[in-house]
Design a protein around this ligand. Sequence first.
Ligand code: ZN
Length: 275
Amino acid sequence: MHPRIASTGLAGEDTGAPRDTHGPGLTDTHCHLNDPAFEGRVAAVLARAREAGVGQVIVPGWDAASSRRALALAAEFPAILPAVGLHPWMVAAEADTRWVAVLAAESRAVAIGEIGLDGAVEAPLAWQLPVFRAQLALARERDLPVLLHCRAAWEPLLACLREVPGVRGVLHAFNGSVEVLRECLAMGLYVAFGGGVTRPNNRRAQQAAIAAPADRLLLETDAPSIGQDGVPPAAVEPRHVVPVLRRLAALRGEDAAALGARIVENVRALLNHRP
Ligand SMILES: [Zn+2]
């Protein structure tokens, strides 16, 4: 189907009564539909998501261009909730975050992200830290949640978060230990699980997914980066949060529909928070 035709149809469905009556359904809380891999496919991907019961997708930026792309997509597709931010992987190329503040002030961004720390990339943490801190401060100032990336940098990440009491947000693709999980929960953060928990050998993610209380759980795909059990990364789309939910429910010994309803409430609390 031609993307423009699909896009018109989807926008019509999205603004209709069913959405208001039944809510958006499940949310993919982390998916890069602004990645070139989704160029020309966004309308079809969102239509398939809606059919599967996934009515919202949070789309984080990783630099200025991808953040603007997330905002542009959100203007076209009501199902897309945009976030703006500078990813730690981009810090070597770009360290100025003033554009994040400008976009957050001028747009309908629902979060600051994707931001965080990564101890396994070339840019040293000394470069990443001021960029991360500036964006945390901005999120606190604007009372927006943060979408957090962390790899091999849990101690400095937790230290930065402690400097900003009241910061809200999500640890995306959570891969930390149960001890780290407890610290994050104590700060009021949510934890999002994706393809990792669907892979039988990913014990660490599964242990965290079992240990996390249901009122802090979120679902994500991180498409197009992360594969799922039986689904290669390039084929993963927002509708694939449904197998993640099933896997989470099975691991926790809970009913998938009940857990899904709880997670819908968690998304609402994350996005509609007002002090
Ligand atoms: Zn991401």
